[in-house]
Design a protein around this ligand. Structure first.
Ligand SMILES: O=P(O)(O)OC[C@H]1O[C@H](OP(=O)(O)OP(=O)(O)O)[C@H](O)[C@@H]1O
Ligand SMILES: NC(=O)CC[C@H](N)C(=O)O
Ligand code: SF4
Ligand SMILES: [Mg+2]
Length: 500
């Protein structure tokens, strides 16, 4: 479940919040769909670095290539050359459910008689264990232990039963719960669908000759020369084929609950949601934080790169000098994985180095996007002091992360979240800062576009109910999640009532 799948072989999580996955799909019969997908995946690479994969539909069948590693490591020119077709999907993974290996990489294939489908998923399904067991009892084989393969197999199972792929998708949506943005192809058509709360992002775009693309973020549209059309709506199923684009309701939309951590950290700053770039959102968060927790310092610096827009906003709001005080080694992966605390600390030092020329003799204030375990903050505060800073103040441009995520983000369990275990003053002492402050939830909400959000990691209010059996594993004793809509738990008894 929300345990740290990315480190399963090593036993411990690295720093706090980690990426999700990136998904992309294209329907463009007269273009090089595999190369378009390749470029889009490179734009989405920040969302997952465990594995990458592309599936292409060539009118007759579906071909897939996937492997562990970055997009550039998995695909050589000749691989793309060999994958010609009219429709394609791609995926880059940071695992949240199931093991880390090749079998878990996406897209996942599923055969329905002689029709092959390939599915790519961003998100986590909270009830996949039960569904997987039911499918296994029904004789359905599995290659991996991931939630995403359960969705692929369910769609195969129900499509077989109903003879219609869209009915198969709809039936599957009725059974799965959690966060999902999914793209799927068969040999001649592209499908895209999204969970009814819209927890995970998915946007629709158009190429200049009217062909269609879908992607996790608008930065992938920009890179392939597509223009943004609209979001895939919560609960919607889109089908794109020679017959054009067909939209239908897979499930009635529920209360919109977009992941607010896309705004805080996950999405690229140049991506846009609800008309506002994530750069601007983060800049505003920094300015709001400056109003809530100002400080008298000589220099504001960011914890690069994800803290940069907020640090700029913080400095601008108070009219303080802003500079580069930490240099980031860009060849250290975003998700540094290490088995012990001392190796994690070494990982931070490998990634971030202080600029003594800039910070020595100054009162420094550092802005990061978030503090999760506190590993990064503790290290960089010490680095600043060693580099000669006379005062070191720390600010988090997001509220305190107190609750684990179950919908597609790889958070630590609650006992590993520093804010679940210590007061702000205790954290300040632990990281060794002269002052520490977090943006308030209210302040955060004033910076993001006006829509519905999931913000469970800050508030413990979960839009998709978390069943009781997970509590013991993931919450501190005495803590329980507040399920916002407890009546929305689906019946996963299997097979479902109708076989229409
Ligand atoms: O309190 P912690 O547990 O250290 O977690 C918080 C840090 O984790 C993330 O950075 P990360 O180094 O993962 O990636 P980034 O380089 O993209 O910021 C985030 O931007 C914070 O810097
Ligand atoms: N980060 C994600 O969105 C992961 C997708 C899926 N749960 C997997 O582990 O493969
Ligand atoms: S719990 Fe936090 S990280 Fe998870 S979906 Fe909700 S807002 Fe996003
Ligand atoms: Mg960081």
């Amino acid at each position: 479940m929300a345990s740290c799948a990315g480190t399963s072989s090593m036993g411990e999580c690295p720093r706090g919040l980690h990426e999700e996955c990136g998904v992309f799909g294209v329907w463009a019969p007269n273009r090089d769909v595999s190369r378009i997908t390749y470029f889009a995946l490179r734009a989405l690479q920040h969302r997952g670095q465990d594995s990458a994969g592309i599936a292409v539909g060539n009118g007759k069948t579906v071909l897939v290539r996937k492997d562990m590693g970055l997009v550039t490591e998995v695909f050589k020119d000749e691989d793309l050359q060999a994958m010609q077709g009219k429709v394609a999907i791609g995926h880059c993974r940071y695992g949240t459910a199931g093991a880390k290996g090749w079998e878990s990489s996406q897209p996942h294939l599923s055969a329905i008689n002689d029709v092959i489908i390939a599915l790519a998923h961003n998100g986590t399904l909270v009830n996949f264990d039960e569904l997987r067991r039911e499918l296994i009892d029904a004789g359905v084989p599995f290659r991996s232990s991931t939630d995403s393969e359960v969705a692929a197999r369910l769609i195969g199972y129900f499509t077989h039963a109903t003879s219609h792929l869209r009915s198969g998708i709809r039936k599957t949506m009725q059974m799965i719960e959690g966060g999902y943005a999914m793209v799927l192809i068969r040999e001649n058509a592209l499908y895209a669908f999204r969970d009814p709360h819209g927890i995970r992002p998915l946007v629709l775009g158009k190429l200049d000759e009217g062909e269609w693309v879908v992607a996790s973020e608008t930065c992938a549209l920009d890179i392939v020369g597509a223009t943004f059309v609209r979001e895939v709506r919560p609960g919607e199923i889109i089908r794109i084929s020679d017959d054009g684009l067909i939209s239908e309701e897979g499930l009635p939309p529920r209360q919109t609950a977009k992941c607010i951590f896309e705004d805080v950290y996950f999405s690229r700053p140049d991506s846009v949601q609800d008309g506002k770039s994530f750069y601007k959102v983060r800049h505003d968060m920094g300015a709001q934080l400056a109003r809530e927790a100002p400080a008298d310092v000589d220099l504001v610096i960011s914890v690069p790169d994800s803290g940069t827009p907020a640090a700029e906003g913080f400095a601008a709001e108070l009219g303080l000098p802003y500079g580069t005080g930490l240099v980031k080694n860009r060849y250290v992966a975003r998700t540094f994985i290490a088995p012990t605390q001392s190796l994690r600390e070494m990982g931070v030092r490998l990634k971030l180095t202080p600029l003594a020329d800039v910070v020595a003799g100054k009162r420094i204030l550092m802005v990061d996007d978030s503090i999760v375990r506190g590993t990064t903050s503790k290290q960089i505060v010490r680095m600043m002091r060693d580099a000669g800073a006379t005062e070191v103040h720390m600010r988090s441009a997001s509220p305190e992360v107190v609750w684990p995520c179950f919908y597609g983000i790889d958070t630590a369990d609650q006992n590993e979240l520093i804010s679940a275990n210590k007061s702000v003053e205790e954290i300040r002492e632990y990281i060794g800062a002269d002052s520490l402050a977090f943006l308030s939830v209210k302040g955060l909400m004033s910076c993001v576009p006006k829509t519905g959000y999931c913000r469970a990691c800050f508030t413990g209010e979960y839009p998709v109910a978390i069943s009781e059996k997970y509590w013991g594993d993931h919450f501190l004793p005495g803590n329980r999640p507040r399920n916002l809509y407890p009546d929305q738990v689906p019946d996963v008894s299997f097979p479902p009532s109708s076989q229409e």
